[in-house]
Design a binder for this molecule. Structure first.
Ligand SMILES: *Cc1c(COP(=O)(O)O)cnc(C)c1O
Length: 237
């Protein structure tokens, strides 16, 4: 099964990068980024033991979550699929996110965080959130400025229905590995500083198909891998 091989190959890359960095391979979680790929592909990976899947587009994700209900075998397979929302969040879309996802990686406004907390259904455990940091300095990139991280994280950590788990970043799209490394290390240093100041975050979400080794070297605990697992995305949205 091709999915089993793809998964093994990514797990090997993660394990090798961890070994090189003197870290244990269970210190890095694999988030399979399934945007643009159908539920059928996700189920193939789930059968091979992958449980965490990341989605960027709300409607597409909700469609897959609804379709999953028609697959009782997949729903019964333990551990079940765990959906992570990793895309830009519009404030009028927070309710379905709060209702359908256990994890959100892309919180970049206090207003969004407050709405997610207010709209998290009472019967569900607190929503796990990561604050997205703009480490590239590019205006076009979403994420908060590093200087705002302390205030934002302190405020979120006090919100009733959220659990602040850590930080996420999408660095510059560049071949310059020194620049990339500087951005990844900036996020790691903000993460360490905030923990030293009393927060207890355990998740640093950084690294994608092309740069997961560098991200692990820089302290990532969660790599978000799309194309190296699912193949190239031909319809970009
Ligand atoms: C698409 C996407 C990824 C995966 O990127 P690949 O290069 O396909 O591994 C990771 N993180 C975010 C936020 C994404 O949008």
């Amino acid at each position: 099964m091709v999915q089993a091989e793809q998964l093994a190959s990514i797990r090997n890359r993660i394990a090798a990068a961890c070994a090189k960095a003197g870290r244990t391979s269970d210190s890095v979680q694999l988030l399979a980024v399934s945007k643009t790929f159908p539920l059928g592909d996700i189920l193939e990976f789930h059968v091979c033991g992958q449980t965490a899947f990341g989605e960027n587009y709300l409607q597409e994700a909700l469609d897959k979550i609804t379709q999953l209900a028609d697959h009782p075998n997949a729903q019964q397979k333990a551990p079940p699929i765990e959906w992570h929302f990793i895309g830009p969040i519009q404030s009028n879309k927070t309710k379905p996110i709060a209702e359908n996802f256990p994890w959100v990686h892309s919180v970049d406004r206090l207003k969004i965080a407050q709405r997610l907390s207010d709209q998290r259904p009472a019967h569900l455990p607190p929503l796990n959130v990561l604050v997205q940091i703009n480490t590239s300095g590019e205006d076009s990139k979403s994420g908060i400025e590093p200087e705002q991280a302390h205030a934002m994280c302190m405020a979120i950590s006090a919100m009733k229905n959220l659990t602040l788990r850590g930080l996420m970043t999408i660095p510059s799209n560049t071949d310059n590995s020194e620049k990339l490394k500087a951005e990844l290390l900036k996020c790691k240093s903000i993460f360490d500083d905030l923990n030293a100041q009393g927060l207890s975050m355990d998740t640093l979400s950084m690294g994608m198909s092309a740069d997961l080794e560098l991200a692990i070297e820089c302290g990532s605990t969660c790599v978000r891998v799309g194309s190296a697992l699912f193949g190239a995305r031909n319809h970009s949205r």
